[in-house]
Design a protein around this ligand. Sequence first.
Ligand code: CTP
Length: 404
Amino acid sequence: MVFADRRILLGVSGGIAAYKAAELARRLVSGGAKVKVVMTRSAQEFVTPLTFQVLTGEKVATTMFGPGSEPLEHVALGQEADAIVLAPATANLLGKMASGLGDDLLTTILLAANKPILVCPAMNCEMWANPAVQENAARLQDRGLTVLTPEAGELACGAVGYGRLPEVETILEALARLISPQDLAGRRILVTAGPTHEDLDPVRFLTNRSSGKQGYALAKVARRRGAQVYLISGPSNLPAPYGVERLMVRSAREMLDAVLARFSQTEALLMAAAVGDYHPTCCDEHKIKRGPVELTAHLTQNPDILRTLAPLKKKQVVVGFAAETRDLEAAARKKLQDKGLDLIVANEVNRVDSGFAVDTNEVTIIGKKKLLVHLPLLSKEEVADKVLDQVSALLPPVGKGKSA
Ligand code: CTP
């Protein structure tokens, strides 16, 4: 788990979105993080320190002086943490940070901090659009802080525009990136995910049970580790992972075209999609009516995307996924060889806790030169990390071996 045993300092400043920081704190704690909260004076007008104290099990720091303050907290807190997240960050906080001011506990901690800082602004949309605020945000970004853009929508004041605190999921993912190794920085990785839909008529199609969860987890974790990720997804309800460019397709043939258009510009292809092997030979223009007792549909084989790419492969690391119901290892090895792959990730799909549509997976990673890694049942994000470890080991040094 990305936040397990990581120390996160959560700075809360005074805006109405302060109540959403409580959910952020809860999610971090449930992800295994040790969370220390620092609140400004005006933040306490919106939410009480007790809320955060109960959620984190830690005393909330609010002041540099007087009862309840600890000497030297203003230096220690920003240095003991693995990362700092400011949510919400008000226009006032951005201004003080940009100017290097330290007139309360939070801003003083930030001056002495030597850890990555994620800034999550939230304010009225006119305030966010104010050139002074924009300049301050840009200055912080230039100094190496990560500043998220507020989301658009209806604001607490009734106005509509850019000003909302980004979704907790987005904040968590941006923070996960700050505390993850950036071993895939500078890499371009192509991931496919989900099922395909092969149309029979305008309302019916052939598909499979893939949810896309393993492919989406690969895309998310590759991006978290610094890669530039392009995700080609079959039909799926999953949201696009933060920071990942996504293209939605329906059929195997559409997926092939999308992969072909990107393959030469990438250094690794992770083919996690469950591509349909056949499509109905003719797709009726109109809905097929209920007719005879037995109806025969003719199917035509789809192109095999990995086989089509094999002759085009230059230095790319190509990973296939084998969904099997029996003879797992032997079947996967055969696919590794037949499809000219560098790695294959094999899993049994006739289990309830592994494979299609669940959040966990038990896989075996097989490669050339006798590479064989049996993994226990893990979350799909943990599986993604293990697969990417193997991919990372096969990639040529950054800047070398890039294809045209
Ligand atoms: N694959 C592909 N093109 C297809 C079918 C599958 O590129 N038309 C890819 C999948 O994305 C996966 C790998 O091939 O990475 C293995 O997929 P799988 O369905 O297990 O293998 P098939 O070759 O379709 O073999 P079978 O269905 O006979 O087991």
